[in-house]
Design a protein around this ligand. Sequence first.
Ligand code: HEM
Length: 511
Amino acid sequence: MASPTVILGVVLLFVLYFLNQKRRQAKLPPGPPRLPIIGNLHQAPADAAWLTFQKWVEQYGPLVSVDFGGTNVIIIGDYDTARDLLDKRANIYSSRPRMVMAQELTCRGMHIMFRPFGEEFLLHQRLEATVLSPRASACYTPVQDLESKVLLKNLLSTNNFPKQYERFTASVVYSLTYGFRIVTGDEWQLQTAHEVLKNLTYAGQVGAWIVDALPFLNYLPGPLTPWKKQADKWHNLETNLHMTNMRDALKKDGWNWSKDFKNAKEAQGLTDIEIAWDLGILCDAGVETTNVTLQIFTLACLAFPEWVPKAQKELDEVVGSERLPDFDDLENLPYLQAVVEENFRWRHIVPAGIPHATSQDDYYKGYWIPKGSTIVPLFSAMRKDQKLFDSPLDFRPERWLGKNQPSNWGYGRRVCPGRFIAMNSVRVVIARLLWAYDIRSKDGKRPLVDESIFTTGFVSAPKPFEAVFQPRSEQHKKVVEHSFDVAEKNVSVLLSEVRKRQVSVGLNPRA
Ligand code: HEM
């Protein structure tokens, strides 16, 4: 039996631990009550995390703290706080939470989105920045022009818009990254990329891997660490995909990002596998994001059809019926630009945000934000902010006329580097779709939009729904067909044009 002194010692330790926890918590932002040791782990949502986070923001305010088994998580629920911390104090808030299974084991540290902030991250960011800058992105419009014409043409014969949107978005980034087009959407590269994304989503699932909570378990002998074998399998599949794509790209005629990266001074100390991963991740990051954004646009046409004729009237006045809207028209289409902004606000593709992490202690409005905290910019709460948006669940482009939207592209040193390419793709496709088609629900009814019609994963997309793409007139159909027929479809020719444009605006392509 333990002696009274030992029992007293243990009780004393518990009391000290408890008091220390209380003292620490008193300085943290408010949040739901915690249990000893596990904190709020029992309340950690396995799915659709934003719904639980949203409730906490409504209850405790725009800065909430919770403890998921020792990880301090800070949830940011409004734009002002997000800007104050993530933008204005970007030097503190631009790292990423540690992800043992996803980043360290499956990606072996090479996924740029999961890299902690530091010298290595900055080197890879610099390597990519040259091809993603606003000026470089503006030179890629010949590729987006062709692929959006193909999209319009394909929609004349099918209403399978998710597949056609994915083909469009994939073909834009595969053309630029590897110099080959995605023509059908059934190409093995895209199918393997789906598998890779599925694996990575599983590897990154919160609570799925014990090693994420207890990283020291990795030091146990092989038979006791079965997750490592799984991670190796996933790693090999992904490396093989990225390496095959890069090797093929280096043999292609003309310019592409693979050649550009290989010649960059930042790449000189990197292995081929590291370069191939940087290229592969960029490509993957560009497909689902833009595709889901276009699906949300289609849902908005069905659920709130009253804004559509206003956009079409503007297009008819500026463009007429003899030609498709072009990139040069976009600045003369304020209503259309407002549609695009509202699309980003109405439903964010990553409602729970992409988490950042703090690299040192910080204080904000009297609250302590410890080093190593996970910071969640809760887009779903920001877009519903009643102080900023009247009837936030409605799709109302008018709210953006003459106004700029607070960023939906992330924050600080981690802001989405592909946003200029994405914006050009989304704008031109939405303009051309609205110009060419009436987009309607199959049964003539408005779908009811609530959380139940969206998927609950990291990227949240509308669950499958049907829409009919009806050409607005015979004349519109003819223009769609003719524009497709006369478009240059040879990707090497298009990429040579891209390179020529870069040189003409004073850029220095590295290949
Ligand atoms: C509509 C389309 C897109 C949306 C809504 C979107 C949104 C985002 C958001 C919210 C982030 C997180 C920023 C943060 O952590 O603060 C992000 C990161 C990122 N995006 Fe995008 N994105 C889109 C398209 C693209 C495209 C086309 C590319 C590449 C060609 C791309 C490449 C990346 C990369 C590499 C990161 C990680 C940045 C880092 O961790 O430093 N994205 N994106």
